[in-house]
Design a protein around this ligand. Structure first.
Ligand code: IPM
Ligand code: MG
Length: 354
């Protein structure tokens, strides 16, 4: 298992260290794990003047999987756009063709009162968001700034999806639904956008190959509302890049903390980039208080999706569950009567149970 490790910025290095610790335990138990470190985001800019340096691109291409921390920091906010940390993330996704982004929102029973929604609304929540990651308005051309004939400034972007882009993410979504409750909700804005009209058409065509899956469609504004009204109606949500960006942040909060949720971004062959869905949290970087669980659970997703090691994935997820059951809590999920721990202590608690 050749794994490129890209800690990135902010809390990235701290949380990735805890996930690497988990990988080292698995390796002690017999898995052949090979780690190679590289820079991305602000760290890439500092090291090589580029948020996605060539050396990192090479490393990532050679690896079977990539473990990424997070990118971004105040220091980089004023750089010209091509040098911004976020560009590193967008470029590695595009470069490795990681079109399928899996963002689970799972509520651990131990945390049911940490959610801002009533426990009965969220208890037992288990949603999988399938977000298309290499197309849409994020990458559509043309885009830019220009002047109108009258000399007024305009900014413009292009929302664009090809049939094949929609079909390949739809197939992943239907296959994901087959392994779960067989319910798929495709989210679009087909009442307004041409891109969405095609999206819906193609999803319905692909659906013919998956008669066992119960397919529904929802407009994105309604989906945003339903996610806080009755989130348990959802099993798998399929959506485009931008809607998925927004809805996955919303869904993550249903579970109490964005610090708990991992993600996988996969290409056609199952190569993947694994990262927590939260950001680099520069305000708490270096203080040993960030929650490492999302990153540790990203390793579980890596075992499952790239290496086909369901046993190891379950082992990691069980260890996390038991650490929570035993009362360990980082600050973001801490509640009265629980053991408040830092990043490293939380990592150690999981490692001990592993
Ligand atoms: C995410 C992030 C990124 C995105 C940013 C940092 C470019 O918000 O992974 O959800 O918009 O995709
Ligand atoms: Mg986002």
């Amino acid at each position: 298992m050749k794994i490129a490790v890209l800690p990135g910025d902010g809390i990235g290095p701290e949380i990735v260290a805890q996930a690497v610790n988990v990988l080292e335990i698995l390796s002690r138990d017999g898995l052949k794990v090979e780690l190679e470190y590289g820079e991305i985001g602000g760290a890439g800019y500092d090291a090589a003047g580029d948020p996605y340096p060539q050396s990192t691109a090479r490393l990532a291409k050679d690896a079977d999987a990539v473990l990424l921390g997070a990118v971004g920091g105040y220091r980089y906010d004023t750089l010209p756009r091509p040098m911004r940390p976020e560009q590193g993330l967008l470029r590695i996704r595009k470069d490795l063709n990681l079109f399928a982004n899996l963002r689970p929102a799972v509520l651990y029973p131990e945390l049911s009162s940490a959610s801002s929604l009533k426990p009965e609304v969220v208890s037992g929540l288990d949603i999988m968001i399938l977000r298309e990651l290499t197309g849409d308005i994020y990458f559509g051309q043309p885009r830019g700034h220009r002047r109108t004939a009258e000399g007024e400034r305009e900014g413009y972007d292009t929302m664009l999806y090809s049939e094949s882009e929609i079909a390949r993410i739809a197939h992943v979504a239907f296959k994901t639904a087959l392994r779960r409750d067989k319910k798929l909700c495709s989210v679009d804005k087909a009442n307004v956008l041409e891109t969405s009209v095609l999206w819906r058409e193609v999803v319905m065509e692909v659906a013919k190959e998956y008669p066992e899956v119960d397919l529904s469609h929802m407009y994105v504004d309604n989906a945003a509302m339903q996610l806080v009204r009755n989130p348990k109606q959802f099993d798998v949500i399929l959506t485009g890049n931008m809607f998925g960006d927004i809805l996955s942040d919303e869904a993550s909060m249903l579970t109490g903390s964005i610090g708990m949720l991992p993600s996988a971004s996969l290409d056609e062959k199952g190569k993947g980039l694994y990262e927590p869905i939260h950001g680099s949290a520069p305000d708490i970087a270096g203080q040993d208080i960030a929650n490492p669980i999302a990153t540790i659970l990203s390793v579980a997703m890596m075992m499952r999706h790239t290496f086909d090691r369901e046993d190891e994935a379950k082992r990691i997820e069980d260890a996390v569950r038991r650490a929570l059951a035993d009362g360990f809590r980082t600050a973001d999920i801490h509640q009265e009567g629980m053991k408040k721990v830092g990043t490293k202590e939380m990592g150690d608690a999981v490692a001990a149970r592993l």
